[in-house]
Design a protein around this ligand. Sequence first.
Ligand code: AMP
Length: 175
Amino acid sequence: MTDLVTRIRATVRDVPDFPRPGILFKDITPLLGDAQLFRDITDAIAAPWARAGITHVAAIESRGFLLGSPVAQRLGAALVPVRKPGKLPAAAVRESYALEYGSDTLEMHADAMPAGARVLVVDDVLATGGTAAAACALVERVDALVQGVGLLLELGALNGRSRLADRRITTLVTF
Ligand code: AMP
């Protein structure tokens, strides 16, 4: 695992001032572009949840899709896309959340998972936690059960865990 942390740290690309001045963007595309590392990170995101009885992975658009899909397959779980507004064709539930400036919205099909489903929320980066918290709220809106949140990277200084209260959160690397 330590070796995996070292490989991730060595491979993530920091892009300053993207998408806005002052943001240090963690670019995960070099991780996805290394076949063995891509395999190893998705295995490692899934591993802590292997005995959690996960039935559905809720993957957050868009980089969460890239990681959530293989994680769902590892766990033998269904995949549910949590999308930006206006993308889903059928009836959807929606959740808006505050950003530093303005707000954002996520949507999920209302029939995407049954009441009582055991759900792992997956995304690439935990920053302020607003995105993951909104995805958890969507899952609970349809009476499914959030078992926790699985992420690749965590930006510790932004304290996203505080937005996720008592939820179980797993991350591979904290910056
Ligand atoms: P937040 O809601 O603040 O936790 O932001 C998390 C979402 O924004 C995730 O979907 C990330 O992909 C993206 N994100 C936020 N900050 C960064 C960053 N510094 N580098 C890469 N992605 C980020």
